[in-house]
Design a protein around this ligand. Structure first.
Ligand code: NCD
Length: 310
């Protein structure tokens, strides 16, 4: 494994191996001295062309806890803002001899393209509306831990599906781990062509959140991505919250054991109520905590795993 560009490139065994290694990486978080020597002497560049809080900081923390040297670059403050092309910018960084570029970019497919230009490992930290593989892996880690496994479990993914790269990576990852998935959204936020994909890959579609909630083991609420919306996808925020939000009333529809996930950042009062976000069964902060461990495991697999002595 050299790059992590898409969940589609990972076998079920590789996913399981990343999740299993993350379990031991997670212990580091509770130590006083949070440092393993595993990636000593390796250099990792975090290159984020889009805003991020948790993904960027957790990749940086993951690198630091594994003793790699980590450097953060953004579009602003680099020669990108002087008009340098993406190719020239990443080839410049690659020429410095770094071991890995972790990239977030508004264009779907940018990490794949970068992987063709540079010799080092490339990790996709979210590309446009395409994929966000490390997020799907940390979601799987969190749900697997809470539910005791994902095989045969029912996961509903709800909200702004059209603009969500988290959705696309999760669909692939959950299928490989044997979960049953139902997507719930208003018709305007269902991606075009999703019907054919659902038929081919065996997941379900619904417009009725109330009907789906009593049947789930986990419900994953996705953010309404206003920054990617050019028109009106729903009449008002209030109407969206009432029809597709995880409101206090809908919390009562969930089975007792069912858990709530959200990749963050949350729009409280829109797709998720404060009651749901802060409920005992909400795994939102567990996801953040798992994010560091899973990203440590990803870095380990790409830079120090078997056959990856670079
Ligand atoms: C997601 C992203 O950036 O794709 N957030 C994240 O990485 N935790 C989802 C989102 O922005 O809504």
């Amino acid at each position: 494994m050299k790059h992590l560009l898409s969940i589609a490139d990972l076998s079920t065994e590789e996913i399981t191996s990343i999740l299993d290694t993350a379990v031991s990486m997670h212990e580091v978080q509770h130590r006083e001295v949070k440092k393993l020597p595993t990636l000593r002497g390796r250099t990792i560049i975090n290159f984020f062309f889009e805003d991020s809080t948790r993904t960027r900081s957790s990749f940086e923390i993951a690198g630091k806890w594994l003793s790699a040297d980590t450097i953060n670059l953004t579009g602003k403050g680099t020669s990108v803002s002087k008009g340098e092309s993406l190719r020239d910018t990443v080839m410049t960084v690659g020429a410095m001899g770094v071991d890995m570029i972790i990239v977030r970019h508004p264009a779907s497919g940018a990490p794949q393209q970068i992987a063709e230009w540079v010799d080092c490992s490339v990790v996709n930290a979210g590309d446009g509306t395409h994929e966000h593989p490390s997020q799907a892996l940390l979601d799987a880690y969190t749900m697997r831990h809470a539910l005791g496994g994902l095989e045969g479990r029912h996961v509903a993914i709800v909200g702004d599906l059209t603009h969500s790269r988290v959705l696309r990576s999760n669909l692939l990852c959950l299928a490989k781990l044997g979960a049953q998935v139902t997507l719930v959204a208003p018709p305007t936020l269902m991606p075009s062509g999703i019907g054919a994909w659902a038929a081919a890959d065996g997941f379900n579609l619904s417009y009725d959140l109330d009907a789906v909630l009593p049947t789930v083991d986990a419900v994953m609420m996705l953010r309404v991505q206003r920054e990617r919306m050019s028109g009106g996808y729903f009449p008002t925020a209030k109407e969206y919250a009432v029809t597709y939000g995880l409101t206090p009333r809908r919390l009562g529809l969930l089975p007792e054991h069912a858990v709530i996930c959200h990749p963050g950042p949350m729009n409280r009062g829109l797709e998720i109520s404060a009651d749901a976000a802060d409920a005992a069964r909400s795994l939102v902060l567990d996801q953040v905590s798992a994010g560091v461990a899973v990203r440590m495991s990803i870095l380990y697999h790409l830079l120090a795993g078997e056959g990856n002595d670079q």
